[in-house]
Write a protein that binds this ligand. Sequence first.
Ligand code: DC
Length: 242
Amino acid sequence: MVALDGPSGTGKTTVARKLAGRLSARYLDTGAMYRVVTLAVLRAGTNPDDLGAVGHLAHDVEFSLGTDPEKPDVRLAGEDVAAEIRGPEVTRAVSAVSSVPQVREVLVARQRRMIADVLADTGGIVVEGRDIGTTVAPESPLKVYLTASADVRAARRSNQDTAAGRSSSVEAARESVERRDRLDSTRAASPLRAAEDAVPVDTSELTIDQVIVALTELARRRGLLGDCPAAPAGATGAGVTT
Ligand code: DC
């Protein structure tokens, strides 16, 4: 198992999915879980800042999440909501919803069950989030904490929004990214933070492929590689050390 944590805009999702493909592992996007619960809160007309109501609702949300890195399916009561959970309404409300202790309790328990099922069945899983190395799976044999400068993260988020057909500017993306970082890292319940034994990787100056090479090398050193192909000749792990 690989635990991949870090703030938004660090390339976590792209890296996690590609790494899972490379390791022939499954993939779990825990952020999608917080997003799908947030969508349920909004659809129910519940105020995302009403802790009691949100906590109550979290127990009853019926959703499913696939673990295929090629196509991680997300469904709310059977409906495909993969695009909707990335929209601005959910993005604005998700930090409030994910700060509610009951929401975290329900989702962390579900994440641990999914991880245990995969590990008992097919073997490997790459899990991305904010508290995987610290709370969900502190026993993970490889923990990576991705970072990137605020400028780079804002530019990446803005590009992603534009590519997904959502209107965006770098300034608005920067504000949104910084607001979410502030809320995610200052909340009381398992805030965003690097585990003490996580390997920090600054992706500001790296391409996705360079990050993948670096992480594959870390996975190899931890004996997590199985029979996945070796890194391409000449590829460099860009100065990442264990
Ligand atoms: O990775 P993402 O941007 O899709 O995550 C959405 C939000 O969910 C993020 O702002 C904080 C929350 N989250 C969390 O609290 N814990 C996780 N393990 C994953 C996400």
